[in-house]
Write a protein that binds this ligand. Structure first.
Ligand code: GDP
Ligand code: IMO
Ligand code: MG
Length: 422
């Protein structure tokens, strides 16, 4: 179990930050393998709360090597600001490595993200507007800038000039201000110099750690339902948060991955638009949202909430080869008046057990529920599985049965210590 992947199995915000930090206490290396500063990972310990966007969640432990791997899209300005903020909170002693192959999020990506969204009107995705989609698009169109490019003045100048030809045409077409070469070039060269001590070929670093049999934790961002390949397209992010992304996003071959831990809220949330079959409104939604503080870490948007959807969960567990689950925010359900789990969908009169490929069909899916017993007891101070209320245990057993996957961890509060191991 030396190489473990932490994967969100819903629509993000499952508590990956908390579990990564918890597991990082026994790790040598923590690696972010995809996404960028669209992520918001909250970590709480010693009475302090931290929110990370692009920096890996092992940053609080000076012994841990933190890696921002090649699969990420990195906004250097935002990453430097994040480090500064950590610095101001007393986090100064850390090890950070940034892949020379990671894609750079440029200001035109952010401008284009906003413009694409605006052009969609009512069909907007509700992106985080961090430039994630346009940065990945340029990577695959082979006009992206990579972190290592920022260290080579002449090469970077050429890459940026080439990119700007296309990007300025696009900006103009969308009625946006075009961007000038010189100020962009100087600004991003300077970020390169600031990050230079951290920049390296992280695939070599990671391979050497594998050879030493180090404990490596791969920290996913977003969740499998937001996966560009297997999520609820087009209301997804532009990378794959799934375990399968780890080899590509880090350079570590699949054979070295030992365990995939699926991070799953005890209920469902979604931030941004797109179909959400088990979505709740009214008092129950209010109860969960307020108890779970379900407001986006990055954008502050209220998260949409709903009952646990095990059609989506089985889909994610299958796609990501989940070996065990961590059930998060379990404490939020104490005292709830009505509790259900979605087992299947009904689509046009037929009972189905899969995620339809089109949004049109997915929007027509109606949840089929099984009703669960509720419990009143506050569980935030429980540390042993056996001490949980019987009704709460039944809820967990039902998840195991429906997800066809064992539960290895249960989280009963945001703090590192509020974790039950099974
Ligand atoms: P991530 O994006 O997957 O890392 O999740 P976020 O940090 O965006 O959202 C999870 C939220 O739930 C954060 O505010 C955490 O502090 C909080 N949290 C994590 N685990 C628990 C838990 O077991 N109980 C409660 N009440 N809050 C939790
Ligand atoms: P963490 O790592 C929840 C959502 C956005 C939007 C869609 C596309 O904290 O779980 P993007 O900016 O990526 O192009 O937006 O994906 N989204 C997230 N939702 N948690 C996240 O990250 C998310 N990152 C992106 O709200 O619907
Ligand atoms: Mg989050």
């Amino acid at each position: 179990m030396n190489r473990l992947v932490v994967v969100g199995v819903q629509w993000g915000d499952e508590g990956k930050g908390k579990m990564t930090d918890y597991l990082a206490q026994n790790s040598d290396v923590v690696v972010r393998y995809q996404g960028g500063n669209n992520a918001g990972h909250t970590i709480a310990f010693d009475g302090q709360k931290y929110a990370l966007q692009s920096i890996p969640s092992g940053i609080f432990n000076p012994k841990i090597k933190n890696v921002m791997a090649n699969g990420m899209v990195i906004n250097p300005q935002a990453a430097l600001q994040e480090l500064e903020k950590l610095n101001s909170m007393g986090i100064r002693d850390y090890k950070l490595f940034v892949s020379d192959r990671a894609a750079v999020i440029m200001p035109y990506h952010i401008a284009l993200d906003g413009a694409y969204e605006a052009s969609k009107g009512d069909n907007m995705i509700g992106t985080t507007k961090k430039g994630i989609g346009p940065a990945y698009t340029d990577k695959y169109a082979r006009i992206g800038i990579r972190i290592g490019d920022l260290l080579d003045r002449e090469y970077f100048a050429q890459r940026l000039k080439d990119a700007l030809v296309v990007k300025n045409m696009e900006l103009k077409m969308l009625g946006l201000q075009t961007m000038e070469f010189e100020p962009l070039f100087e600004e991003y060269l300077a970020y390169g110099q600031q990050l230079k001590p951290c920049i390296c070929d992280t695939s070599i670093l990671l391979y050497n750690e594998v050879k030493k049999d180090s404990k490596i934790l791969f920290e996913g961002a977003q969740g499998v339902m937001l996966c560009i390949e297997h999520g609820t397209y087009p209301f997804v992010t532009s990378s794959s948060p799934s375990t399968i992304s780890v080899p590509l996003g880090t350079g570590i071959p699949p054979k070295y991955i030992d365990h995939s831990l699926g991070i799953c809220k005890a209920y469902n949330t979604r931030v941004g638009a797109g179909a959400f079959p088990t979505e709740l409104d009214g008092d129950l939604a209010h109860y969960i949202r307020e108890r779970g503080h379900e407001y986006g870490t990055v954008t502050g948007r209220p998260r949409r909430v709903g009952f646990l959807d095990t059609v989506a969960l089985r889909h994610s567990c299958r796609i990501s080869g989940i070996d065990s689950l961590a059930i998060m925010l379990f404490d939020v359900l104490s005292g709830i008046k009505e509790l259900k789990i979605c087992t299947h969908y009904e689509l046009d009169g037929e009972i189905i057990d899969y995620i339809p490929s089109t949004l049109s069909a997915y929007s027509r899916c109606k949840p089929i529920f099984v009703t669960m017993l509720t419990w009143e007891q506050d569980i935030t101070n429980i540390r042993k599985f056996d001490d949980l209320p019987e009704e709460a245990k039944l809820y967990l057993y039902k998840i195991e049965q429906l997800a066809e996957t064992k539960i290895s961890h249960i989280s009963v509060g945001p703090d590192r210590l509020q974790t039950i191991e099974r």
